[in-house]
Unconditional design. Sequence first.
Length: 111
Amino acid sequence: MNIQIFGKQKCFDTQKAERWFKERRIPYQLVRLDKYPMSRGEFDSVCRALGGLDALIDTGARDIASLQYLALEEDKIEKLLDNPRLMRTPVVRNGRLATVGYCPDTWAGWQ
């Protein structure tokens, strides 16, 4: 398995995901979105695995109004890549598979 966890520093679910993988001694790579945003290729891969862009949008984010009024999907993608605080976390990738949020049942199936 090649696990990547994309998360925010103070995100409780990101911390829970890290703990879940640590407890099972599954190696993972943690990527802090505030320091190292996702590349466009990673973002597109995650969107395909999740079934679309809407799964990645954090509707409870403070700056969500800046995203809601964008009509084109391409503009929304650029805004999410520029401002990762608008993204739901953690985004956990295992090759072409991905989840968003805390999903231990899905991760257990990856083993």
